[in-house]
Design a protein around this ligand. Sequence first.
Ligand SMILES: NC(=O)c1ccc[n+]([C@@H]2O[C@H](COP(=O)([O-])OP(=O)(O)OC[C@H]3O[C@@H](n4cnc5c(N)ncnc54)[C@H](O)[C@@H]3O)[C@@H](O)[C@H]2O)c1
Length: 387
Amino acid sequence: MDSIGILGAGAMGSGIAQVAAAAGHDVVVCDNLTIALSKAGKNIQATLKMLVERGKIADAEAYSLFSRIKFTDHMSEFRNCSLVIEAIQEDIEQKQIAFKSMEAIVEETAIIASNTSSLSISAMGAHLRHPERILGVHFFNPAPMMRLVEIIPALQTKPEIVERGKELISSWGKTTVLAKDTPGFIVNRVARPYYGEALRILDEGIANIATIDWAMRDLAGFRMGPFELMDFIGNDINYAVTEVVFQNFYFDPRYKPSFTQKRLVDAHFFGRKTSRGFYDYREGAFWPEPVKDTTLGAEIANRIIAMLINEASDALYWRIASRDDIDLAMTRGVNYPKGLLAWADEIGISVIVEKLDSLYVEYLEDRYRCSPLLRKMQRQGLTFYEK
Ligand SMILES: NC(=O)c1ccc[n+]([C@@H]2O[C@H](COP(=O)([O-])OP(=O)(O)OC[C@H]3O[C@@H](n4cnc5c(N)ncnc54)[C@H](O)[C@@H]3O)[C@@H](O)[C@H]2O)c1
């Protein structure tokens, strides 16, 4: 079986190492900080112990899985790896340096991959001698739990490399989707309105955080409301992703970040991890009550869902991914209750177009422009899926 190399033993690197070892591979995890390596080892062991206690895996299986992972601070240990996945911090210069060093070690046939969530894979390939073997493999956090992996070929990537990478990661029990090398790939782009439109509704004083969360959870069927989800992800991380997507889309107003969230970040109100975010998680703190008005709730849910569908339709229109992969990405990657394009058919393309147009007429902002694909489908009476 292929040996897999992972560079960076942080949250993502250690999770991906566990996934690859669970699939039977020998895994080499390399980090330049020995403390990060020992922490990663302890975290994986703690996860395996929990899985054994819950009866998910046998003791012997946990033992052999862990024994397949080698922790090292020498990148030269990657020499026999047929796939190396870089999972160091999100810094293009650091990543480019790391790629050059990895390429000098691995064989010419090895795939060199990055787990970046926002950087250009083509820009990483530009620094390789053989850029045709660069690939984006975007796992979600926590990697052992989340089923989705976005596969992103760079401009330079050879089709065989994409196929090999996709096949290998699918054999680890993951659902893979193919995405174009564009900001946010599929999930981090299509999900933006879930946060952005909720923040806008809050900022306009239409409803408070508890009411918006209630509408999206209890009426629309999402697992978490936008504000509890932003607090869970961390406002620092969520805000940074929005900012990167906004900048990389040449300041398209559709992705404009919110001052409200920026101020929370400024104050270090990151969410659950700092005990304060949109909600206050300190002992005995006051929590706002939702206004359970179903007319207001439906208005909130319809507005956010229309904006999400618009984003998913635009991703299809601009060929970022296929219809099925866009729907799979949102249901498997972020647990949406339905694929957004299937949801559009269910609601009715005309209803979505009219909702977007009414927002556009109200605000006269480019943010609310309807995707050309939706408008064309409405005109021709088409649906995303056959009826
Ligand atoms: N955390 C998430 O939710 C998440 C989700 C998907 C993708 N990502 C992406 O995955 C990557 C890693 O994220 P993370 O959250 O695991 O980061 P992290 O900060 O937890 O871990 C990064 C690790 O890389 C090590 N490192 C840094 N430079 C190195 C080098 N030159 N050589 C060897 N080791 C080095 C650090 O010591 C650290 O242990 C980033 O590109 C991030 O954008 C993160």
